[in-house]
Ligand binder design. Structure first.
Ligand SMILES: Cc1ncc(COP(=O)(O)O)c(C=O)c1O
Length: 396
């Protein structure tokens, strides 16, 4: 597998510290980053895709793009999303983060309310609060946001301008896949209160199991009252800064009329055309299959090694997709103590409290950023650090 070719610290292989956002300290296993390790980033595929885009679209690839994004990409995306989605339902964005910022800036005003998951994507929450919105957390259970709790919060909001921000597919940080019935209930509650739902689906293409996927909330609603956000950051490369939003055409028209698009055209036009060629010639789906098999191997080695090494006070499910394994520590352990002993063992993990208020301490382990071999070694170390009576595993 390509991931195995990476050296012990991948930034030695052109992972320049001043060129990427974050580099782990040497000699550590970093299970923090929610993104792909260097060996999973398709350098050669994208080099070819940029060349193909310039050959296919010529100087048009180097001009300003249409406000909503190039039509060939919007057409391909609409086909992938299926009816009733048309190119008019799609707008190209500079990733999901940009789409969240646009929604806050164009559709809402400072002081408006966003209802968010009790435990959720902290950096998404920061985009919304930095845009002047007020955030309120809604309780969750094992199937995602609790509809009765959402109903109560929307009732209490009393007609103030409010929307709901959800990450229902392989949720960051818990890995939860919200089932269809729960999706429908949440849509029903939000629509009764005339509140829009923003469905962050950054991990939607990274299902790792064989069973079918629930329809998106946008699809279930017929693209009425739900804006769906997608990204190529998790399935191709975050450096592309490329994603999309799908919504009813009226909402798309409002967003793309913003002056930033009249002035600058669609974001990352050349990247969007490079990705267009990958979608057109089938390379994207080929790549997705390869990536899923790499992620499956990583997830399985992490789950199996932890299962063998951790005591019963740690509970977790095998995530059905995405990048994250969520560990519940139910034996009265202290979150900070778990973090410190992990760090002393040379493993960096993310504390659950970073993402919201958890009932018992939780830890997020990303399986996207290390090879299977390194994940196994990191899991052995965690088991030894958190379960000192365990003497069955070496700490190599
Ligand atoms: C739930 C979720 N949404 C959005 C993002 C960021 O996506 P993008 O790179 O498209 O801005 C992430 C990345 O960690 C994420 O986990």
């Amino acid at each position: 597998m390509a991931g195995e070719l990476a050296g012990p610290l991948s930034h030695h292989r052109r992972w320049y510290p001043d060129v990427v956002q974050q580099v782990a300290p040497p000699k550590t296993f970093d299970l923090g980053p929610g993104y792909l390790e260097p060996a999973l980033l398709p350098v050669d595929l994208l080099r070819q895709a940029y060349a193909d885009a310039l050959a296919e679209f010529g100087s048009a690839a180097l001009s300003y793009g249409p406000n909503a994004g190039a039509l060939p990409l919007r057409t391909l995306l609409a086909d992938r999303l299926g009816p009733p989605c048309t190119p008019d339902h799609i707008m190209v964005t500079s990733g999901t983060s940009h789409a969240l910022h646009l929604i806050a800036a164009v559709l809402f005003r400072r002081g408006d309310l966003v209802l968010v998951e009790q435990v959720g994507y902290d950096l998404g929450h920061a985009i919304l609060s930095d845009s002047g919105l007020r955030l309120r957390a809604v309780p969750m259970d094992a199937s995602g946001m609790v509809p009765e709790a959402l109903d109560r919060e929307l009732g209490a909001a009393g007609g103030s301008r409010t929307f709901v921000y959800l990450n229902p597919t392989f949720h960051n940080p818990t890995g939860i896949l919200v089932p269809s019935a729960r999706r429908r209930e949440l849509i029903e509650v939000a629509s009764r209160h005339e509140a829009m739902i923003v469905e962050d689906d950054a991990y939607a293409e990274l299902a790792l199991g064989r069973s079918g996927m629930p329809d998106s909330m946008a699809g279930l609603s017929g693209y009425r009252g739900v804006i769906r956000l997608g990204s190529f950051s998790k399935s191709l490369a975050p450096g592309l800064r490329l994603g999309w939003l799908a919504a009813d055409p009226g909402t798309v028209a409002r967003i793309q009329a913003h002056g930033v698009f009249d002035s600058g055209g669609s974001p990352n036009h050349l990247a969007s055309l490079a990705v267009t060629t990958l979608l057109m010639n089938g390379s994207y789906d080929w790549h997705l299959n390869w990536l899923r098999s790499c992620l499956r191997a990583r997830r399985d080695v992490l789950v199996d090694t932890l299962r063998a090494g951790l005591g019963e006070e740690f509970t977790f499910d095998r995530p059905g997709g995405g990048f994250f394994l969520w560990l519940n520590a139910e034996g009265g352990q202290d979150e900070q103590a778990l973090l410190t002993s992990a760090r002393d063992a040379g493993v960096i993990v993310n504390p659950g409290s970073r993402f919201g208020r958890t009932a018992s301490p939780g830890i997020r382990l990303a399986f996207s950023f290390n090879s299977p071999r390194r994940l196994a070694a990191a899991a052995h170390r965690l088991a030894a650090a958190w379960n000192p009576t365990d003497r069955t595993h070496s700490c190599t």
